[in-house]
Write a protein that binds this ligand. Structure first.
Ligand code: CP3
Length: 347
């Protein structure tokens, strides 16, 4: 059993020297893995997320297959809402769908706060997982995660996935009191959910603000950042390293870092050297275009090498894709990418 704190992943999050660039993949568990499709047969996504044996098995699948430097807890950003009683489902090929979208202050106030009693299966799954992961590849850390207030609010207000986030932004601009109450509610739920994961043994957390890139820096700073900052601050008090990720956020990377992240996740649109300049004295995570994993191996690895080289200028660099693994990805190609990153010489 290894000393987790000395793992390459946690060292990189702390900005310390690493033996190799640590690597994991957003959405590393899921539809690109035949073993995932097999255990999910006939089981609805949110039922899988509430079944400890399945959470444990699915979280471990990509770790076994790829030997990645970190495991990401198998769950979803809308699971905590479901757990407190919001009527929602994850529809295959669509995403989260909310039965009664949130529009008024009364709608916000009707959402209960989250307590550990709402999610006993999370505590059980994280405890089992961290026990098992302690002896995998000399000790593999578990990343807990939650959705950031803006991204979760978008699903709650739109009622489902959205490109423009129009109703969400209409509330933000037109009903700031309702907006503030909603963001505070979700920040509390996300922080409480993360606390459950950390209390049960997660070594790091990632706060997903996937859709924050829809905002100008001024609006992000005014309407969103204070709420994300509250969640990240609470994690800082618990002493757990924090990754903060969004898509299309080249104009927000500095602000997202200053919201209280140790490492800022970068999508593939921003060259990593530019991202490093923007986040200043923080680490970066990313940022290979997920479609490059579908390209010939030599094309993929030469781009990966450029990213590893650029990452050397950062306070810490965790290799990842710029967003989630595309379902049609060949798992063998991700295995080759993992091997390439982990054996790339840094000295
Ligand atoms: O990264 C991982 O491997 C851990 C698991 C994970 C899932 N969702 C599992 C999942 C994580 C970290 C998430 C976070 C999540 N969920 C985000 C933020 C990350 C991002 O992608 O930007 C968002 C926006 C969601 C909401 C959501 N859930 C979407 C858009 C979808 C896809 C819907 C579809 O079918 O196209 C989901 C469903 C979902 N979450 C799946 C998985 C494995 C697929 C469902 C299935 O396999 O049946």
């Amino acid at each position: 059993m290894g000393d987790l704190s000395q793992s390459a992943f946690l060292k990189a999050l702390r900005g310390e020297q690493v033996p190799h660039t640590p690597v994991w993949f957003m959405r590393q568990a899921g539809r690109s893995l035949p073993e995932y499709l097999k255990v999910r047969e006939g089981v609805a996504m949110l039922d899988a997320c509430a079944t400890p044996e399945l959470i444990v098995e699915i979280t471990l699948q990509p770790v076994r297959r790829y030997g990645v430097d970190a495991a990401i807890f198998f769950s979803d950003i809308v699971l905590p809402l479901k757990a407190v009683g919001v009527d929602l489902d994850i529809v295959p090929g669509v995403g989260p769908v909310v039965a009664s979208p949130v529009r008024t202050l009364a709608d916000v106030e009707a959402i209960p706060d989250l307590t550990p009693e709402h999610v006993p299966y999370i505590t059980e799954a994280v405890s089992t997982l961290t026990g098992e992961l302690a002896s995998v590849n000399g000790g593999t850390p578990l990343i807990g995660f939650a959705g950031a207030p803006f991204t979760v609010a978008s699903y709650l207000v739109e009622g489902g996935p959205s490109k423009e986030h129009a109703k969400t932004k209409a509330m933000m601009f037109g009903a700031p009191d309702v907006w503030d109450a909603l963001m505070q509610k979700i920040a509390g739920i996300s922080a409480a959910f993360l606390e459950v994961e950390v209390a049960a043994g997660a070594s790091a957390i990632q706060l997903f603000d996937s859709w924050a890139g829809a905002l100008t820096p001024a609006d992000y700073g005014r309407y969103v950042r204070p709420h994300s900052a509250r969640v990240l601050e609470r994690m800082g008090e618990l002493g757990v390293p924090r990754i903060h990720f969004g898509v299309g956020t080249s104009n927000l990377l500095g602000l997202m870092g200053r919201a209280g992240a140790d490492v800022v996740g970068v999508d593939w649109r921003t060259p990593l050297d530019q991202a490093i300049a923007l986040v200043g004295d923080r680490g970066v995570q990313g940022n290979l275009d997920p479609t490059l994993v579908l390209a010939p191996t030599d094309v993929m690895t030469s781009r990966a090498a450029e990213i590893i080289e650029a990452g050397r200028a950062a306070k810490g660099h965790v290799f990842n894709l710029g967003h989630g693994v595309i379902p049609s990805t060949d798992p063998d190609q991700l295995a080759r990418l993992t091997e390439f990153v982990q054996s790339y010489p840094l000295d």
